[in-house]
Design a protein around this ligand. Structure first.
Ligand code: 8YV
Length: 318
Protein backbone atom coordinates (compact mmCIF):
# COMPACT_ATOMS: atom_id res chain seq x y z
CA UNK A 1 0.00 0.00 0.00
CA UNK A 2 1.30 3.43 -0.99
CA UNK A 3 -0.20 6.56 0.58
CA UNK A 4 0.20 9.80 -1.40
CA UNK A 5 -0.62 13.19 0.12
CA UNK A 6 -1.09 15.20 -3.10
CA UNK A 7 -2.10 14.72 -6.71
CA UNK A 8 0.92 13.97 -8.94
CA UNK A 9 1.52 14.13 -12.70
CA UNK A 10 -0.80 11.67 -14.49
CA UNK A 11 2.02 9.41 -15.72
CA UNK A 12 3.40 9.17 -12.19
CA UNK A 13 0.02 8.36 -10.68
CA UNK A 14 -0.42 5.69 -13.39
CA UNK A 15 2.93 4.12 -12.51
CA UNK A 16 2.03 4.17 -8.82
CA UNK A 17 -1.31 2.47 -9.51
CA UNK A 18 0.43 -0.18 -11.63
CA UNK A 19 2.70 -1.17 -8.74
CA UNK A 20 0.73 -0.47 -5.57
CA UNK A 21 -2.59 -0.31 -3.91
CA UNK A 22 -2.65 3.51 -3.87
CA UNK A 23 -4.34 5.69 -1.29
CA UNK A 24 -4.35 9.21 -2.70
CA UNK A 25 -5.58 12.49 -1.28
CA UNK A 26 -7.57 13.57 -4.31
CA UNK A 27 -8.49 16.94 -2.84
CA UNK A 28 -6.76 20.18 -3.67
CA UNK A 29 -6.30 21.11 -0.02
CA UNK A 30 -3.16 19.96 1.78
CA UNK A 31 -3.78 17.49 4.60
CA UNK A 32 -2.88 18.30 8.18
CA UNK A 33 -0.77 16.02 10.36
CA UNK A 34 -3.67 13.89 11.60
CA UNK A 35 -5.11 13.45 8.12
CA UNK A 36 -1.74 12.34 6.73
CA UNK A 37 -1.37 9.90 9.63
CA UNK A 38 -4.82 8.49 8.87
CA UNK A 39 -3.91 8.15 5.17
CA UNK A 40 -0.66 6.38 6.14
CA UNK A 41 -2.37 3.93 8.47
CA UNK A 42 -1.53 0.45 7.15
CA UNK A 43 0.61 1.83 4.28
CA UNK A 44 4.10 0.51 3.52
CA UNK A 45 5.27 3.76 1.99
CA UNK A 46 4.26 7.39 2.12
CA UNK A 47 4.83 9.96 -0.62
CA UNK A 48 4.77 13.54 0.70
CA UNK A 49 5.46 17.04 -0.59
CA UNK A 50 6.85 20.32 0.61
CA UNK A 51 4.48 21.84 3.16
CA UNK A 52 3.40 18.50 4.64
CA UNK A 53 4.15 18.60 8.39
CA UNK A 54 6.44 15.58 8.77
CA UNK A 55 7.69 16.72 12.17
CA UNK A 56 8.65 14.98 15.42
CA UNK A 57 5.01 14.64 16.52
CA UNK A 58 4.26 13.03 13.15
CA UNK A 59 6.99 10.41 13.60
CA UNK A 60 5.82 9.72 17.16
CA UNK A 61 2.39 8.77 15.83
CA UNK A 62 3.47 7.17 12.52
CA UNK A 63 2.03 3.70 11.98
CA UNK A 64 4.69 0.98 12.22
CA UNK A 65 3.85 -0.35 8.74
CA UNK A 66 5.51 2.66 7.02
CA UNK A 67 9.09 1.89 6.00
CA UNK A 68 9.89 4.84 3.77
CA UNK A 69 8.80 8.43 3.40
CA UNK A 70 9.62 9.66 -0.10
CA UNK A 71 9.31 13.39 -0.60
CA UNK A 72 8.41 14.85 -3.97
CA UNK A 73 11.08 17.54 -3.55
CA UNK A 74 14.76 18.08 -3.17
CA UNK A 75 14.21 20.14 -0.01
CA UNK A 76 13.73 18.22 3.22
CA UNK A 77 13.13 21.07 5.69
CA UNK A 78 9.51 19.92 6.17
CA UNK A 79 10.81 16.60 7.55
CA UNK A 80 12.35 16.12 10.99
CA UNK A 81 15.30 14.01 9.84
CA UNK A 82 16.55 13.33 13.37
CA UNK A 83 13.14 11.93 14.32
CA UNK A 84 13.16 9.78 11.15
CA UNK A 85 16.55 8.38 12.15
CA UNK A 86 15.32 7.64 15.68
CA UNK A 87 12.35 5.74 14.28
CA UNK A 88 14.41 3.97 11.61
CA UNK A 89 12.34 5.40 8.74
CA UNK A 90 14.10 5.77 5.40
CA UNK A 91 13.75 9.20 3.76
CA UNK A 92 14.16 9.66 0.00
CA UNK A 93 14.18 12.89 -2.03
CA UNK A 94 14.50 13.93 -5.70
CA UNK A 95 17.80 15.76 -6.26
CA UNK A 96 19.24 16.73 -9.62
CA UNK A 97 16.14 16.76 -11.78
CA UNK A 98 14.88 20.19 -10.73
CA UNK A 99 18.18 22.02 -11.02
CA UNK A 100 17.61 23.59 -14.43
CA UNK A 101 13.94 24.42 -13.93
CA UNK A 102 14.74 26.19 -10.65
CA UNK A 103 17.76 28.02 -12.06
CA UNK A 104 15.57 29.19 -14.95
CA UNK A 105 13.03 30.60 -12.48
CA UNK A 106 15.83 32.36 -10.54
CA UNK A 107 16.81 33.94 -13.81
CA UNK A 108 13.24 34.90 -14.62
CA UNK A 109 12.95 36.54 -11.18
CA UNK A 110 16.22 38.39 -11.60
CA UNK A 111 15.18 39.80 -14.95
CA UNK A 112 11.59 40.37 -13.91
CA UNK A 113 12.50 42.23 -10.73
CA UNK A 114 15.22 44.28 -12.45
CA UNK A 115 13.05 45.22 -15.44
CA UNK A 116 9.86 45.97 -13.48
CA UNK A 117 7.93 43.27 -15.27
CA UNK A 118 5.00 43.04 -12.85
CA UNK A 119 4.37 46.80 -13.04
CA UNK A 120 4.56 46.69 -16.81
CA UNK A 121 2.29 43.72 -17.15
CA UNK A 122 -0.22 45.28 -14.77
CA UNK A 123 -0.44 48.33 -17.05
CA UNK A 124 -1.25 46.14 -20.02
CA UNK A 125 -3.76 44.01 -18.12
CA UNK A 126 -5.56 47.03 -16.68
CA UNK A 127 -5.45 48.93 -20.00
CA UNK A 128 -3.62 51.81 -18.32
CA UNK A 129 -0.53 51.97 -20.54
CA UNK A 130 -0.16 55.53 -21.80
CA UNK A 131 2.33 54.66 -24.55
CA UNK A 132 6.08 54.67 -25.02
CA UNK A 133 7.95 57.35 -23.10
CA UNK A 134 11.73 57.70 -22.65
CA UNK A 135 11.22 57.76 -18.88
CA UNK A 136 8.61 55.01 -18.59
CA UNK A 137 9.24 52.13 -16.12
CA UNK A 138 13.00 52.44 -16.08
CA UNK A 139 14.62 49.42 -14.50
CA UNK A 140 18.10 48.14 -13.79
CA UNK A 141 20.35 46.57 -16.41
CA UNK A 142 21.22 42.93 -15.66
CA UNK A 143 23.91 42.30 -18.28
CA UNK A 144 27.40 43.01 -17.03
CA UNK A 145 26.45 43.41 -13.36
CA UNK A 146 27.80 41.61 -10.30
CA UNK A 147 25.84 38.61 -9.06
CA UNK A 148 26.31 37.00 -5.64
CA UNK A 149 25.15 33.47 -4.91
CA UNK A 150 24.68 32.08 -1.41
CA UNK A 151 24.74 28.27 -1.61
CA UNK A 152 26.68 26.89 -4.56
CA UNK A 153 25.06 23.46 -4.80
CA UNK A 154 23.57 22.15 -8.03
CA UNK A 155 21.10 25.01 -8.43
CA UNK A 156 23.58 27.74 -7.45
CA UNK A 157 26.00 26.34 -10.01
CA UNK A 158 23.32 26.29 -12.72
CA UNK A 159 22.58 29.96 -11.95
CA UNK A 160 26.32 30.81 -12.16
CA UNK A 161 26.53 28.99 -15.47
CA UNK A 162 23.65 31.03 -16.92
CA UNK A 163 25.25 34.27 -15.66
CA UNK A 164 28.11 33.76 -18.11
CA UNK A 165 25.70 34.42 -20.97
CA UNK A 166 24.86 37.74 -19.33
CA UNK A 167 28.54 38.74 -18.98
CA UNK A 168 28.13 38.96 -15.22
CA UNK A 169 30.86 38.93 -12.63
CA UNK A 170 29.78 36.14 -10.29
CA UNK A 171 30.73 35.77 -6.63
CA UNK A 172 29.65 33.03 -4.27
CA UNK A 173 29.62 31.88 -0.70
CA UNK A 174 29.40 28.20 0.13
CA UNK A 175 30.47 26.31 3.21
CA UNK A 176 33.27 24.84 1.12
CA UNK A 177 35.06 26.19 -1.91
CA UNK A 178 34.18 24.16 -5.01
CA UNK A 179 36.61 22.66 -7.51
CA UNK A 180 37.26 25.11 -10.36
CA UNK A 181 35.15 23.15 -12.88
CA UNK A 182 32.07 23.67 -10.69
CA UNK A 183 32.66 27.38 -10.11
CA UNK A 184 31.79 28.52 -13.64
CA UNK A 185 34.25 31.37 -13.27
CA UNK A 186 32.73 32.62 -10.00
CA UNK A 187 34.91 34.03 -7.22
CA UNK A 188 34.73 32.28 -3.84
CA UNK A 189 34.26 34.15 -0.57
CA UNK A 190 34.73 32.29 2.68
CA UNK A 191 32.19 34.41 4.54
CA UNK A 192 28.85 35.94 3.64
CA UNK A 193 30.03 39.32 4.98
CA UNK A 194 32.86 39.24 2.48
CA UNK A 195 30.50 38.31 -0.37
CA UNK A 196 27.83 40.96 0.21
CA UNK A 197 29.60 44.12 -1.05
CA UNK A 198 29.95 42.35 -4.44
CA UNK A 199 26.24 41.63 -4.85
CA UNK A 200 24.35 44.01 -7.11
CA UNK A 201 22.12 40.97 -7.42
CA UNK A 202 21.91 38.39 -4.62
CA UNK A 203 20.39 34.98 -5.33
CA UNK A 204 19.70 32.51 -2.52
CA UNK A 205 20.31 28.80 -3.09
CA UNK A 206 20.86 27.44 0.41
CA UNK A 207 18.54 25.07 2.28
CA UNK A 208 16.44 26.22 5.21
CA UNK A 209 18.30 25.08 8.32
CA UNK A 210 18.67 26.32 11.90
CA UNK A 211 21.69 28.26 10.63
CA UNK A 212 20.05 29.93 7.62
CA UNK A 213 16.54 30.70 8.92
CA UNK A 214 16.07 34.47 9.12
CA UNK A 215 19.60 34.97 7.76
CA UNK A 216 18.61 37.70 5.29
CA UNK A 217 17.84 40.40 7.84
CA UNK A 218 18.44 44.15 8.12
CA UNK A 219 22.04 43.61 9.18
CA UNK A 220 22.81 41.48 6.10
CA UNK A 221 20.85 43.72 3.73
CA UNK A 222 22.76 46.79 4.94
CA UNK A 223 25.99 45.21 3.69
CA UNK A 224 24.71 44.99 0.11
CA UNK A 225 25.39 47.84 -2.30
CA UNK A 226 22.47 50.30 -2.15
CA UNK A 227 19.82 49.41 -4.71
CA UNK A 228 20.68 45.70 -4.88
CA UNK A 229 18.14 43.18 -6.11
CA UNK A 230 17.28 40.08 -4.07
CA UNK A 231 16.15 36.80 -5.61
CA UNK A 232 14.84 33.85 -3.59
CA UNK A 233 14.03 30.45 -5.04
CA UNK A 234 15.31 28.60 -1.96
CA UNK A 235 12.98 28.79 1.03
CA UNK A 236 10.93 31.70 2.30
CA UNK A 237 12.09 31.47 5.88
CA UNK A 238 15.71 32.14 4.90
CA UNK A 239 14.67 35.80 4.75
CA UNK A 240 13.14 37.88 7.50
CA UNK A 241 10.09 39.27 5.72
CA UNK A 242 9.69 42.47 7.75
CA UNK A 243 13.35 43.38 7.16
CA UNK A 244 13.17 42.70 3.41
CA UNK A 245 9.98 44.75 3.16
CA UNK A 246 11.65 47.64 5.05
CA UNK A 247 14.65 47.49 2.69
CA UNK A 248 12.34 47.49 -0.36
CA UNK A 249 10.63 50.60 1.04
CA UNK A 250 13.84 52.45 1.90
CA UNK A 251 15.48 51.72 -1.45
CA UNK A 252 18.29 49.69 0.12
CA UNK A 253 16.83 46.98 -2.11
CA UNK A 254 15.70 48.27 -5.50
CA UNK A 255 13.53 45.19 -6.01
CA UNK A 256 13.00 41.57 -5.01
CA UNK A 257 12.01 38.54 -7.05
CA UNK A 258 10.52 35.87 -4.82
CA UNK A 259 9.24 32.38 -5.62
CA UNK A 260 9.11 31.09 -2.04
CA UNK A 261 7.61 32.47 1.15
CA UNK A 262 7.52 31.68 4.84
CA UNK A 263 4.13 30.21 5.70
CA UNK A 264 3.10 29.54 2.08
CA UNK A 265 0.51 30.15 0.77
CA UNK A 266 -0.10 32.94 3.28
CA UNK A 267 2.59 35.39 2.30
CA UNK A 268 3.55 38.48 4.31
CA UNK A 269 1.02 41.03 2.94
CA UNK A 270 3.64 43.78 2.63
CA UNK A 271 5.08 42.09 -0.46
CA UNK A 272 1.84 42.39 -2.36
CA UNK A 273 1.50 46.08 -1.59
CA UNK A 274 4.91 47.04 -3.00
CA UNK A 275 5.43 47.86 -6.67
CA UNK A 276 9.05 46.67 -6.64
CA UNK A 277 8.35 43.00 -5.99
CA UNK A 278 8.04 40.31 -8.62
CA UNK A 279 6.23 37.39 -7.00
CA UNK A 280 5.58 33.82 -8.08
CA UNK A 281 3.69 31.03 -6.28
CA UNK A 282 6.55 28.52 -5.77
CA UNK A 283 6.97 27.61 -9.44
CA UNK A 284 10.67 26.70 -9.31
CA UNK A 285 10.24 23.09 -10.37
CA UNK A 286 6.93 23.52 -12.17
CA UNK A 287 7.69 22.19 -15.64
CA UNK A 288 6.11 19.04 -17.05
CA UNK A 289 9.54 17.50 -17.62
CA UNK A 290 10.81 18.23 -14.13
CA UNK A 291 7.68 17.20 -12.25
CA UNK A 292 7.61 13.86 -14.08
CA UNK A 293 11.30 13.30 -13.36
CA UNK A 294 10.71 14.15 -9.69
CA UNK A 295 7.86 11.65 -9.54
CA UNK A 296 10.03 8.95 -11.11
CA UNK A 297 12.72 9.52 -8.51
CA UNK A 298 10.20 9.42 -5.68
CA UNK A 299 8.78 6.11 -6.96
CA UNK A 300 12.27 4.71 -7.62
CA UNK A 301 13.06 5.41 -3.96
CA UNK A 302 9.91 3.65 -2.80
CA UNK A 303 10.33 0.66 -5.16
CA UNK A 304 13.92 0.13 -4.02
CA UNK A 305 13.13 0.40 -0.32
CA UNK A 306 10.18 -1.98 -0.44
CA UNK A 307 12.23 -4.46 -2.50
CA UNK A 308 14.92 -4.38 0.20
CA UNK A 309 17.42 -2.65 -2.11
CA UNK A 310 19.53 0.49 -1.65
CA UNK A 311 17.38 3.58 -2.00
CA UNK A 312 18.88 5.56 -4.91
CA UNK A 313 18.23 9.03 -3.46
CA UNK A 314 18.26 8.35 0.26
CA UNK A 315 18.61 11.41 2.48
CA UNK A 316 21.25 11.23 5.22
CA UNK A 317 19.27 11.38 8.42
CA UNK A 318 22.06 11.29 10.99
C1 8YV B 1 8.97 21.63 -5.46
C2 8YV B 1 10.91 22.52 -3.96
O1 8YV B 1 8.09 22.22 -6.31
O2 8YV B 1 11.90 20.44 -4.41
C3 8YV B 1 11.79 21.37 -3.66
O3 8YV B 1 12.42 21.39 -2.57
O4 8YV B 1 10.85 23.45 -3.26
C4 8YV B 1 10.03 22.62 -5.15
O5 8YV B 1 10.67 23.12 -6.25
C5 8YV B 1 8.23 21.22 -4.28
O6 8YV B 1 9.12 20.65 -3.44
C6 8YV B 1 7.13 20.25 -4.58
O7 8YV B 1 6.92 19.42 -3.47
Amino acid sequence: VLAITRRLPADIEARAHASYDVRLNEGDTPLDRDAILALANGADALLVSVGDPIDAAFFDALPKSVKIIATFSVGTDHIDLAAAARKGIVIGNTPGVLTDATADIAWLLMLGAARRVSEGEAEIRTASWRGWRPTHLIGTQVTGKKLGIIGMGRIGQAVAKRARGFDMEVHYYNRKRLPADQEYGATYHDSIDDLLPHCQFLSLHCPSTAETRGMVNTDLLAKLPKGAILVNTARGDVVKDSDVIAALKSGQLAAAGLDVFAGEPNIAPGYRDLPNTFLLPHLGSATAETRTAMGSRALDNIDACLAGKDVPFAVKTN
